[in-house]
Design a protein around this ligand. Structure first.
Ligand SMILES: Nc1ncnc2c1ncn2[C@@H]1O[C@H](COP(=O)(O)OP(=O)(O)OP(=O)(O)O)[C@@H](O)[C@H]1O
Length: 269
């Protein structure tokens, strides 16, 4: 079942085109990795899909156009984890995770039993129980990253958009996070996460979408997409591509002499 459909999505920032008529479809129950070089437009695409930017084209979630949804209705359907990890106030971890529940109840209403259950589940999932009373402005970078992901999990939306959620996490927490996203997808939720670690994308994602120069240049199963040739043309790197029972193994070995430009294709949605 299609959960999200973007058609001819275009974004200009400061008058400069950043996304160019992107077509994208996400199905319920898939974990999709959004990859591409610095400046490709990944953050812009995630923000556009979350309804945080003025765009050309359309975005529909479960058949409803995003701009027809109120802010709370949108937040019940889409959770977004930003790349910038900023916290405005010196709140406790538990309170920040609890902010994810605000779209689910009227303003100033007390927490419900469902809210408490979702908060506890998110704290447990992100192994934050022992930090629940800590102030977020005194956490390490990786701890804060996990809190902001937990806040999005507490939101309990059908679609999770996460911008470099694995950045700054140690390898164990990265793998644990990939397993969390896989479990969400297994439960019918949809996750679109931008990732710079190609091995995480290759081994945990059902599908990867490759963005370069504001356009989707390839999309599909990691095994079908992540070839040495694509890595050379998109990232300008040489890589050894191997596979084991867990999936692809990608080892960057150097810079390629081909320029880091890719040829956009017509329809990769
Ligand atoms: N507010 C802005 N005004 C003008 N240009 C912007 C603005 N924000 C981003 N850009 C430009 O848009 C392009 C895409 O940026 P974006 O952050 O979406 O890329 P990205 O793929 O997420 O990159 P990275 O991997 O480095 O996080 C970049 O060239 C960037 O310089």
């Amino acid at each position: 079942m299609t959960l999200l459909e973007a058609r001819a999505l275009s974004v200009a920032l400061d008058g400069r085109p950043v996304l160019d008529r992107v077509d994208l479809t996400l199905k319920a129950g898939e974990f999709v990795g959004l990859i591409g070089p610095n400046g490709a437009g990944k953050s812009t695409l995630l923000r556009a899909l979350a309804g945080l930017l003025p765009t050309g084209g359309t975005v529909a979630v479960a058949g409803t156009l995003l701009d027809r949804l109120s802010a709370p209705a949108r937040a019940q359907r889409i959770a977004y984890v930003a790349q910038a990890r900023e916290v405005a106030w010196s709140l406790a971890v538990e309170a920040v995770v609890g902010l994810g529940r605000l779209p689910h109840r009227p303003a100033f209403a007390p927490e419900t039993r469902d809210d408490r259950a979702a908060i506890e589940a998110a704290l447990t999932t992100m192994t934050l129980q022992s930090l629940r009373g800590h102030r977020v402005d005194r956490l390490s970078g990786g701890e804060l990253a996990r809190v902001l992901i937990a806040r999005a999990l507490a939101q309990d939306a059908r679609l999770l958009l996460a911008d470099e959620p694995a950045a700054g996490l140690d390898p164990a927490h990265q793998i644990a996070l990939m397993n969390v996203f896989r479990r969400l997808a297994g439960a019918g939720r949809t996750v679109l996460a931008s990732l710079h670690d190609l091995n995480l994308a290759a081994r945990w994602c059902d599908r990867v979408i490759v963005l370069a120069g504001g356009r989707i240049v390839a999309a599909g199963a990691p095994e079908a997409v992540l070839s040495a040739g694509l890595l050379a043309s998109v990232y300008g790197i040489e890589a050894h591509v191997d596979r084991d029972p867990g999936g692809l193994l990608l080892v960057p070995t150097g810079l390629s002499d081909r320029s880091a430009t890719a040829t956009p294709s017509e329809d990769w949605s």
